[in-house]
Ligand binder design. Structure first.
Ligand code: ASP
Length: 329
């Protein structure tokens, strides 16, 4: 019988109604008790790591999850993390950089409706996640609404429907239903995983809006080591407003700018338009290409946690990890 470690962190799946809205209440053991058939298929240990709405999750919690998995890695065949859906894609991305090449499944799941509601996706998601942790194959991925979605490619794209997550610029890894798993894609693994706990959390994100000027960018550069700019279309910044000067000035002070796009699908290509070309060719900014914003932020935290040398950070950023970006030229 496969040994699974079920790590509870809160979220809707474990929530109950209170006078002031839904809040996490059920323990991980109680959750497991509500899916007896799946629980009986494996030898599962339930661990309550914390009990939070995922809006309250921070990189410190990611580090706690990674530490727990690292300390228990040898004793289990797979891991399930139950988590709120709101920041699940961020945690999935972070774990993808912090636990690389895992030969064992590290499966994240959650739900749009609490497990004790009449209509709920909790039981099916938890059951599918347990099945994947036992037999779904290696890597860090989300199991949700019968889909297996790579941790580096996941995004919450629906705030209410059961089909809350999409795989961005990459196919789903597989499907799981009623105990049957069909896995289409498997990434690289090693005999044992590479664990990274160090993160530089001084990474921030600016979403451009028409008419914005450099003030917001300066504010973020002052307080962070890297700023991701979510720009328009294939990428660029307005020619008015001082953005180029801001990026150049902060670069000379060791700060890193990364350009991505607000468009969910198909990614950036900075060299196409003059508004982006200069950033790439003259100012040396990095660009996200087909990566999700969640993955870009997590990858920068991981890369800057490893090195402060701009050339090395650039190399790490442009080296594909867990199929997070399409290899380019
Ligand atoms: N607010 C909840 C959370 O992210 C939403 C959910 O779990 O679906 O914790």
């Amino acid at each position: 019988m496969k040994k699974i470690l079920l790590i509870g962190t809160g979220g809707t799946i474990a929530s109950e109604a209170t006078d002031s809205g839904l809040a996490p209440a059920l323990t991980t053991r109680e959750l497991l008790g509500l899916v007896p058939v799946a629980a009986a298929r494996c030898d599962i240990t339930a661990l309550q790591l914390f009990s939070l709405d995922s809006t309250n999750i921070t990189p410190v919690h990611w580090q706690g999850i990674v530490r727990t998995i690292r300390e228990n890695y040898g004793d289990y065949d797979g891991f399930v993390i139950t988590h709120g859906t709101d920041t699940l894609a961020y945690t999935a991305a972070a774990l993808s950089y912090m636990i690389q090449l895992s030969p064992k499944p590290v499966v994240l799941t959650g739900a749009q409706k609490p497990i004790n509601f009449d209509s709920t996706d909790s039981k099916v998601n938890l059951t599918d996640a347990i099945d994947c942790a036992a037999r779904g194959g290696p890597g860090v991925y989300i199991v949700f609404d019968h889909k297996m979605i790579l941790g580096t490619r996941a995004k919450k794209t629906r705030s209410k429907s059961f089909s809350a997550f999409s795989s961005i610029n990459f196919p789903e890894l597989g499907v799981v239903r009623d105990g049957t798993i069909v896995r289409f894609i498997t990434g690289d693994t090693a005999e044992s995983p590479e664990f990274y706990e160090e993160l530089d959390t001084r990474v921030s994100l600016l979403k451009l809006v028409p008419g914005m000027d450099r003030a917001a960018l300066d504010f973020l550069f002052e307080r962070n080591d890297a700023v991701v700019v979510e720009s328009f279309g294939v990428g660029g910044v307005p020619e008015a407003g001082g953005f180029y000067d801001s990026i150049e000035e902060w670069k000379s002070r060791g700060k890193l700018a990364v350009l991505t796009t607000q468009v969910e699908n198909e990614g950036s290509d900075l060299a196409v338009y003059r508004v982006g070309y200069r950033l790439k060719k003259d100012l040396g900014v990095l660009e996200a290409y087909d990566m999700t914003t969640e993955a870009v932020l997590a990858k920068l935290m991981w890369a800057l946690g490893l090195s402060r040398d701009p050339a090395e950070v650039r190399r790490l950023f442009y080296t594909p990890v867990a199929m997070d970006m399409y290899p380019f030229g």
